[in-house]
Design a protein around this ligand. Structure first.
Ligand code: F6P
Length: 348
């Protein structure tokens, strides 16, 4: 009987746990006699025909490594018809039976379109430090990034206290507040701004002033990269400076400095701004991300064996489930407001 052959790629921004996923897929496939082919740099490797066999040797020792041994890119095969044709042609010529696509909402959206519009068999595995993939409670890499941010906030705390600074810490997360809310709460932030909740300048400075009135001489303010601040009439007064990259994707970053300026101007306190930037995407995956990556990888091979395609593996109610991959397009994931309300109890 012909051995099944699958391709595997990692697309979009990297995160800790990608290598653990590639390892899990490769090792599980090996047990079942399925051949795995790595596609370099996300969908760019399909376009450039960078497809090569990966076996146990390539995945040996990668479990604790950050980044991705396959490389990644934000290349979109749907950008032009000719590009898509080349990608589909290379896929066909490689003799693959299907693709395991490890990505965030952008990459998984592409996988959905390949399946729905071109019948290219795919299985999607959600990863991103932003935890913003619709249809899954958790994504690979999220908890490692939370831990990285908490470690940084802990370090900023001591300096804030020594110098009576207001430390404004900007975290990633795109249009979702998961990373900022989770890291802020676990790091003991005194105020948190996220995109999902409208906060006015007066609410924020009022809360900080009250805290300082009670004898606290420092504060930690965590700001999600797409957070905004409003005036009392609901008009936006501070929002992320944005520009678009060559793929039309909005680049975020810099709002923390604006928030720090507002605090300085309104209260006169010494403020300092730190943008953790891409540090948040690095490092060795924490145990919970390694376990999620491993479970998703095993589940992907189970689907391949059952010849089930067009699926998204999701984490729900404490376990891994398979959903139709179109679920990633069904809505926008947002932090439940109740979680922010809980965090607010500690803004004092
Ligand atoms: O999606 C992951 C992420 O790190 C976001 O949090 C951030 O907005 C974006 O990617 C940064 O993208 P790039 O690595 O292209 O600068």
């Amino acid at each position: 009987m012909k051995r099944a052959k699958i391709g595997i790629l990692t697309g979009g921004g990297d995160c800790p746990g990608l290598n653990a996923t590639i390892r899990s897929v490769t090792k599980s496939a090996d047990v079942e006699g399925i051949e795995v082919f790595g596609i370099s740099q996300g969908f760019l490797g399909l376009y450039e025909n960078q497809i090569s066999r990966i076996s146990l040797r390539e995945v040996s020792g990668v479990l604790p490594q950050g980044g991705t041994i396959l490389g990644s890119s934000r290349f979109n095969p749907f950008k032009r018809d000719e590009i898509l044709e080349v990608c589909l042609d290379h896929y066909k010529k490689a003799g693959l039976d299907g693709l395991v696509v490890i990505g965030g909402d952008g990459t998984l959206g592409i996988a959905n379109d390949l399946w729905q519009k071109h019948q290219l068999p795919v299985i999607g595995i959600p990863k991103t430090i932003d935890n913003d993939v619709y249809g899954t409670d958790r994504t690979i890499g999220f908890y490692t990034a939370v831990q990285t941010c908490v470690d940084a906030i802990d370090k900023l705390h001591t300096t804030a206290e020594s110098h009576n600074f207001i430390m404004v810490v900007e975290l990633m997360g795109r249009h979702c507040g998961f990373l900022a809310a989770y890291a802020g709460m676990a790091g003991g932030a005194d105020f948190i701004l996220i995109p999902e909740v409208e906060v006015t300048v007066n609410q924020m400075v009022g809360s900080l002033k009250e805290r300082h009135g009670r004898g606290k001489n420092f504060s930690i303010v965590v700001v999600a990269e797409d957070a905004k601040l409003y005036d009392d009439k609901g008009q936006e007064v501070v929002s992320t400076p944005t520009y678009k990259d060559e793929y039309g994707k909005i680049k975020l970053g810099g709002v923390g400095q604006l928030v720090a300026d507002v605090i300085k101007n309104e209260l006169g306190y010494e403020t300092r701004y730190t943008n953790l930037g891409h540090v948040q995407r690095g490092g060795s995956p924490v145990a919970i991300d390694r376990l999620l990556a491993t479970s998703f990888g095993c589940a992907a091979i189970e689907l391949v064996q059952k010849n089930v395609w067009g699926a998204l593996l999701a984490y729900e109610k404490g376990g891994v489930v398979a959903k139709h991959i179109s679920v990633v397009r069904d809505g926008k994931k947002t932090l439940p407001v109740g979680y922010y309300k809980m965090a607010q109890r500690f803004f004092r």
